[in-house]
Design a protein around this ligand. Sequence first.
Ligand code: GTR
Length: 337
Amino acid sequence: MLNQKSSLTRRGALAACAGAGALGITGCGQGREILYAADAQIDGYPTVEAVRFMAARLEELTGGRLKMNIYPGAQLGAEKDTLEITIFGGLDLNRVNIAPLNSIARETFIPALPFLFKSIPHARAAMDGAPGQAILDALEPHGLIGLCYYDSGARSFYNARRPIHEPDDMKGLKIRVQNSDLYVSLVEALGANATPMPYGEIYTGITQGVIDGAENNWPSYFTSRHFEVARYYTLNQHVLAPEVLVMSAHRWNRLNDDDKQAVRQAARESVPFMRSLWDALVDEARETVVASGVEVVEDVDKSLFAARMAPVWDRFISTPKMQSIVDDILSMEEAGA
Ligand code: GTR
């Protein structure tokens, strides 16, 4: 764990390197170029390991010229803040959930629409295909290059108060959400109170009663240790939105064409690697959490949650372009994706 002093020193180093890059001075790090990457998840989490895998491939593909330094565990700040830094060019790469991108490009609302994807294969096919690419492309005018998606499974509600069997059980609960209007709407649609808050503050928030619970996938619920303090988990699976790896357009625009291709290739190759780690961690998380005695509500009528959350679709699909991406995603499911 970094203390505040070393964290500040590291920030200073980052700023100096970014500044050097902006002046066209390469080789911040003995003749090599270093790309700085952030992740809010802890070291060892599949997204962090995937970016490490990418770093190794990038080094190989560029004959050791492009290296990466990866800072996991929100050492450089919460996702919302590191994204701003990435847009300004103070960070080169950032692995984030799609939710904090919602306030940057509205197309990113699409994968977070409740009950959009019918299955994990459907979500993977849509994100790997044309709809996913259209959403990544929408980031570019906002200073971010979308490189690839990683899995994030299904998000479900957990809390410290009571088991949730149906939407009405959510009434009055204070539920932490990511920094996204869509997530606020999802939770309010169930009659609960939505509290946007950084990921790193949830554990204490629950122990202190500032919030009653949150929502996330099995691996996050497990690795964040939220399951220790929020002992009711309901598999209502309202959102199957992915993680995203983005690069600062400032840095991207200074790469030559070969290096751009190497970055894209290394990112692409890290996706199947991430998914194999992910699938294994989902199983491990579920087993460990269940063994710890958490009350898991599996028998839940998802259609009741879907019906309550349905108005969110109309509210957040705000352009014909967005509607057409949504239609493409839905047709992929019909085609048996
Ligand atoms: C996790 C995701 C993190 C972060 C977190 C959250 O599933 O991997 O990047 O977005 O959720 O809820 O803040």
